[in-house]
Design a binder for this molecule. Structure first.
Ligand SMILES: NC(=O)c1ccc[n+]([C@@H]2O[C@H](COP(=O)([O-])OP(=O)(O)OC[C@H]3O[C@@H](n4cnc5c(N)ncnc54)[C@H](O)[C@@H]3O)[C@@H](O)[C@H]2O)c1
Length: 342
């Protein structure tokens, strides 16, 4: 078992457990009453959770909205949840985002924790205290920074995860490797086949490394004023893809990473050889390298999104494998870079 702790400058404390059975979440509850907000697919697959008061949600981007939060709040009232109630979010990134946000606003905030059940949520979404929902199609427009007291990552739960969701989760692992850890990137390259067969030992190592890297970043920069922005590598284009299609977050991030790698090459930050390595790795993992969405539409979505800053867009790039940097890119340059992204 690995325990990673995040203690932030604002006194928040979050513990992330890996290599533990999910039922252990009961040991983490010090409140006498718990209400579970759970992905309905996970609820069906893991009957154990039927023993608790459960609010079930359908996890998809279209439901990651204030309307869903409103429904949850109505059910919390019906269940007579009060300020002593503990909220446990059980599911993938969508469920953790919604549960964390609902817990943060209900009665001005209840204590909460997560059992992260998808690969993407174990390595990224459940860690670090960003909770939120989409608004009017814009990703994560409304949200809070509020740390879960615990996150349980039981790799055995990944056995029931559909292969496309598993592959989507790999995009965030590749992202972490690209911005933080070149050896981790080498290891994903070397072990691609075993990873796709879900080799437990290799997966466990990758999950633990991803969590450690993300925790290091969050500890230093809880509110995303600096280093934490590096975690948006690949996400500017990804969010535009998600807004204009039904492509999942993980797959959109795969394409976004390819785009960010190509821009890094455009500014001579990385070599052609490294772009080829990134392309081959994403492709070998089964992640999409391109998008069919019209470049003009993607461009307009990006400039309407939250990262807009006058006539420049702040973009996270890499200057070598394992090292990120931020660069302001002129809007017109971005337009032609998107147009030439095939
Ligand atoms: N808060 C953050 O810091 C952060 C970071 C990265 C991503 N995110 C968000 O995370 C979301 C994506 O997360 P996701 O990919 O986990 O999506 P998700 O929550 O929709 O889960 C993906 C699918 O897998 C199913 N599933 C989950 N666990 C399962 C299991 N153990 N067995 C069988 N099926 C299972 C779900 O029902 C769903 O259909 C996006 O909305 C993204 O914006 C948030």
């Amino acid at each position: 078992m690995q325990t990673t702790e995040i203690k932030t400058a604002t006194g928040k404390h979050s513990k992330i457990f890996t290599g533990v059975d999910f039922t252990r979440f009961q040991n983490c509850l010090s409140a006498h009453r718990v209400v579970i907000i759970i992905d309905e697919n996970v609820y069906k697959l893991y009957p154990f959770f039927k023993n608790f008061d459960c609010i079930k949600i359908r996890a998809n981007e279209k439901n990651k909205t204030l309307e869903t939060v409103k429904n949850i709040i109505s059910q919390l009232i019906e269940l007579q949840a009060d300020r002593t109630t503990f909220i446990a979010g059980i599911g993938g990134g969508i469920t953790c985002d919604i549960a964390g946000f609902s817990a943060s606003v209900y009665m001005r905030g209840l204590r909460f924790g997560f059992v992260a059940t998808s690969l993407l949520s174990q390595v990224d979404a459940s860690i670090g205290g960003k909770n939120g929902v989409n608004f009017d199609g814009f990703k994560n427009m409304i949200g809070t920074f509020n740390q879960p007291e615990f996150v349980i990552c039981d790799t055995n739960m990944l056995a029931t995860l559909p292969q496309n969701e598993f592959i989507g989760g790999m995009s965030e692992i590749v992202k972490i490797a690209l911005i933080k850890d070149s050896e981790m990137f080498d290891s994903i390259e070397y072990n691609t086949d075993a990873i796709l067969k879900r080799d437990k030992k290799i997966l466990q190592e990758l999950i633990e490394k991803s969590i450690r890297h993300k925790a290091d970043i969050v500890r230093n920069d809880e509110f995303e004023k600096g280093e934490r922005r590096s975690l948006n590598f690949g996400h500017t284009l990804a969010h535009a893809i998600e807004r204009n299609s039904d492509i999942s977050h993980g797959f959109a991030v795969g394409t976004g990473i390819m785009f960010a790698a190509k821009i890094s090459k455009h500014f001579d930050l990385i070599s052609t050889g490294n772009v080829v390595r990134i392309k081959n790795l994403l492709s070998n993992l089964g992640l999409p390298l391109h998008t069919d969405i019209d470049g003009e539409i993607l461009f307009k979505t990006i400039i309407a999104d939250k990262k807009k800053n006058d006539d420049e867009i702040n973009f996270v790039l890499i200057r070598e494998i394992g090292k990120s940097l931020e660069k302001n890119i002129k809007i017109n340059d971005l337009k032609s870079l998107i147009a030439s992204f095939k």
